[in-house]
Design a protein around this ligand. Structure first.
Ligand SMILES: Nc1ncnc2c1ncn2[C@@H]1O[C@H](COP(=O)(O)OP(=O)(O)OP(=O)(O)O)[C@@H](O)[C@H]1O
Ligand SMILES: [Mg+2]
Length: 465
């Protein structure tokens, strides 16, 4: 249910509106500007009805106009409908000039007011959808090799990738689990001169110590029991390309020495072999452990660190990437609703609050998994906290995730022109549907003239009614 803030000093008006509107909206009621602003700040309703004559200036309009200015300065997209007495018409017009969405003269005729409210909420939803599209387009422009991020720290990461990708030096990527280290390693490869060569990842933490050496360097036939033929190692397979040493912090001491030798001399020997094999690979490594601490504790060789960490970059944890959480959430939402063929269009208000306040110990991977799960579980067009495996902790009693609160993101992968066309058609359809095919009102909703609306309908092959 959408939240509606009603600001009025008259108990009768509150009574009347409560009775008339409580089935349609979650009502927030205030009798003066102070209370109104408190409620506004904690609930962020998209629509507000505002009486201009409020105490201490119940006969003038100073308080009402002050409230209006405050609300619009904090959230300019809010639709404020001024409720005024007939004799206050001039002040009502003044309010509209200040940015009020509309005004309505008392006495209140409920059916009329309901229509105005519906239009206001509708417009607010359209505008929000529009902002979602814009954000998606901008995100696309600012992503790099599938790495999404707009925060300052990710900008730095992108800059570093651009600078070092084509230089043939080792890079060490640091960051908590799930922050995108492998993605960055691939981006380094894809943006290097070696991009047509192989990208070969090996997880040094996942392979038992006794097998890791031959995994890395290969072995000759008969090198050990069971070595029935010559097998090349990952290093050799990476010839001409990039070797990605994941979880290098877990590499056993004996192998650290061998790796160091390879980095210094660019040659390897297979297990059981005597011949030096020259390999031309670029090494990118990653770890989620505190490498300085590992060096201090003698678990990681300092000389290897100096070789491998000529350039190191640190990926920020998701909890420090506030503005990226929604961006990534929408990215995954779109990805998985497409993959699973589900019509999930956005993230509801309650779910957004849950996403924002969660600490994300598993970072982007955890976010991706939660959204994936939510897309599977969702049975409404906008995700709710429960879909994400969160309890609804929002301060409202109703289940959050109202159908119009989320942003829709059906636009990724389209060119700007295609996206514009699609948005145009969608808005047209939504307006016509909402207004029951009424051309005059649909045109008004969309802010276009009637002839323009007809043109649009013709262009998109849409019939009214
Ligand atoms: N900035 C990002 N944009 C888009 N997807 C991302 C981003 N960062 C991470 N991901 C996705 O999150 C998941 C985890 O990323 P990745 O495997 O690169 O993390 P990692 O740091 O290597 O984690 P670990 O230390 O656990 O191996 C992947 O599915 C990846 O595609
Ligand atoms: Mg990884």
């Amino acid at each position: 249910m959408e939240k509606l803030l009603i600001v009025d000093d008259s108990p009768e008006i509150h009574q009347q509106l409560k009775w008339g509107l409580k089935k349609d909206y979650r009502l927030l009621q205030a009798k003066d500007v102070g209370e109104a602003l408190r409620l506004f700040r904690s609930h962020r309703p998209k629509v507000v009805t505002l009486d201009l004559g409020l105490p201490p200036d119940a006969d003038g309009a100073t308080e009402g106009l002050r409230g209006l200015k405050e609300i619009l300065s904090e959230a300019p997209a809010t639709k404020v409908i001024v409720l005024s007495g007939n004799e206050e018409r001039e002040n009502a017009l003044k309010a509209v000039a200040l940015g009020a969405y509309d005004f309505y003269s008392k006495p209140i005729e409920l059916a009329e007011l309901k229509t105005i409210l519906q239009r206001a909420f509708h417009l607010a939803a359209l505008e929000e959808e529009n902002r979602g599209l814009l954000q998606a387009t901008q995100a696309e422009q600012r992503s790099m090799s599938g790495i999404f991020g707009q925060c300052a720290k990710m900008e730095e990461v992108f800059t570093t990738i651009r600078k070092v990708a084509s230089v043939d030096v080792p890079v060490l990527i640091l960051g908590e689990s799930g922050t995108g280290k492998e993605l960055v390693a691939r981006a380094l490869h894809d943006n290097s001169l070696r991009k047509d060569g192989p990208f070969v990842p090996i997880n040094c933490g996942a392979i038992p110590e006794n097998l890791l050496e031959s995994e890395l360097f290969g072995h000759e036939k008969g090198a050990f029991t069971g070595a029935q033929s010559l097998v090349k190692g990952k290093v050799e397979y990476a010839q001409g390309g990039t070797l990605f040493l994941d979880e290098i912090g877990e590499m056993p001491a004996a192998l650290q020495v061998k790796l160091l030798r390879f980095l210094q001399e660019r040659v390897i020997q297979r297990v059981g072999g005597r011949e030096d094999i020259e390999v031309d690979v670029r090494v990118v490594a990653a770890t989620n452990i505190d490498i300085q601490q590992a060096i201090g504790g003698g678990r990681f060789r300092e000389d290897l660190f100096y070789r491998i960490g000529v350039i190191s970059m640190e990926l920020p944890p998701l909890r420090e990437r506030d503005e990226d959480i929604f961006l990534l959430a929408h990215l995954f939402l779109h990805r998985y609703s497409g993959e699973f063929g589900k019509k999930v269009r956005g993230i509801g208000q309650g779910a957004r609050e849950a996403l924002r306040s969660y600490a994300w110990p598993g970072n982007v991977r955890e976010l991706e998994n939660k959204i994936k799960r939510a897309v599977v579980m969702a049975d409404q067009p906008f995700l709710e906290p429960g879909d994400l495996g969160f309890v609804d902790t929002a301060p409202v009693e109703e289940p959050a995730g109202d159908a119009q609160a989320g942003m829709a993101l059906d636009y990724e992968g389209l060119t700007l022109k295609e996206a514009r066309q699609r948005l145009e058609k969608e808005l047209l359809l939504v307006a016509l549907e909402k207004e029951d095919g009424n051309i005059v009102r649909s045109a008004e909703t969309l802010g276009v003239s009637r002839p323009t609306l007809y043109d649009l309908m013709k262009k998109h092959g849409v019939q009214s009614g």
